[in-house]
Design a protein around this ligand. Structure first.
Ligand SMILES: Cc1ncc(C[n+]2csc(CCOP(=O)(O)OP(=O)(O)O)c2C)c(N)n1
Ligand code: SF4
Ligand SMILES: [Mg+2]
Length: 292
């Protein structure tokens, strides 16, 4: 079992301005606990900027830089290269960005960073929309989810971030979830130890944007995994490794009915969503190289 070091109270201070029940807060506390204080963090605009701070105040006890939505990976590259030119190979350079900053607006710089082989740990916390500016849909918003720009439900499927990184033959990439913090922390450690670029895509329930009771954040994360809406796997040395094979998929409404963002879907929309989740899961399973 993991243990956050309570003597130092961790590397994120208490009293942050994230919403109650925010999945992102659980992620950043755990990620920084694993990577440790010899880390420089790069944060773009978005809810993660609630942690980099406001004015002279910050919630983080490590150095960091706030860039733009487009250039998280480029800033991380510059910092890594600067450290290397000083002979510093020990500091972890951690890019920590939302889905909008990663799969949409920052994907060009991320692609360049992976292709060049920069030693940067890139984390995308994915709350499946542009939450900080009013819940606009991103290309990570799942099929059927309502956002302020997809009020009747998104009509297309999401981008596959780890699949995109794998197409670059990245040394290490993985999906993770707060449904299994031990697994998430193991993957962060592995990514930190990778000699080259690494990426972790973390499913991040968001009570404000997904419209659910803040007490249910972990329950919702678990339901996403059990229904096949979020698949836990790793891509390492060119192989796709499934972390857990589900004996059977739970019905998708076990996940969707807990949230307001799917409430507008009709019975036939729900059947379509169920078909898509099953199709995606089955085709995914057919294409894995091995199981952990
Ligand atoms: C090029 C650009 N477009 C729009 C914005 C405004 N903006 C700031 S934060 C943000 C949301 C970012 O969404 P995401 O990366 O998913 O992070 P989240 O807020 O969901 O945590 C937007 C659209 C910006 N800063 N730069
Ligand atoms: S909007 Fe969502 S991701 Fe942003 S701070 Fe609130 S709960 Fe967290
Ligand atoms: Mg987002």
């Amino acid at each position: 079992m993991y243990k956050i070091d309570h003597r130092s109270r961790g590397l994120v201070s208490h009293g942050v301005s994230a919403c109650a029940g925010c999945g992102l807060e659980l992620i950043i506390r755990n990620v920084l606990d694993v990577v440790g204080e010899d880390t420089i963090i790069i944060i773009p605009p978005g809810c993660s900027a609630l942690f980099s701070g406001f004015g002279k105040e910050t919630a983080l006890k490590i150095p960091g830089f706030q860039g733009t939505l487009e250039n998280t990976a480029a800033c991380a590259t510059g910092i890594r290269r600067g450290l290397t030119s000083q002979g510093n190979t020990h500091t972890t350079v951690l890019a920590f960005a939302g889905d909008g900053a990663t799969v949409d607006i920052g994907i060009q710089s991320l692609s360049g960073m992976i292709e060049r082989g920069e030693k940067v740990l890139y984390i995308c916390y994915d709350n499946e929309a542009y939450m900080n500016t009013g819940i606009q849909g991103s290309s990570s918003t799942p099929l059927g989810a309502s956002t302020t720009t997809t009020p009747t439900g998104k009509s297309t499927i999401r981008k596959d971030l780890v699949g995109i990184a794998a197409a670059h033959n990245i040394p290490y990439a993985a999906t993770a979830s707060i449904a299994n913090l031990n697994d998430m922390r193991r993957k962060v450690q592995k990514a930190k130890d990778t000699d080259g670029p690494s990426l972790i895509h973390i499913h991040t329930p968001c009570p404000t944007g997904w419209n659910y009771d803040p007490a249910r954040t972990v329950e919702i994360a678990k339901a996403a995994v059990e229904t096949g809406c979020w698949i836990l796997y790793e891509f390492e040395k060119g192989r796709k490794v499934l972390n857990k094979r589900l004996k059977e998929l739970k019905p998708v409404d076990k996940y969707t009915r807990l949230q307001g963002r799917f409430r507008q879907l009709s019975e036939s929309d729900m059947a379509e969503l169920q078909d898509e989740v099953r199709r995606h899961y089955e085709s995914f399973i057919r294409n894995i190289d091995c199981q952990a």
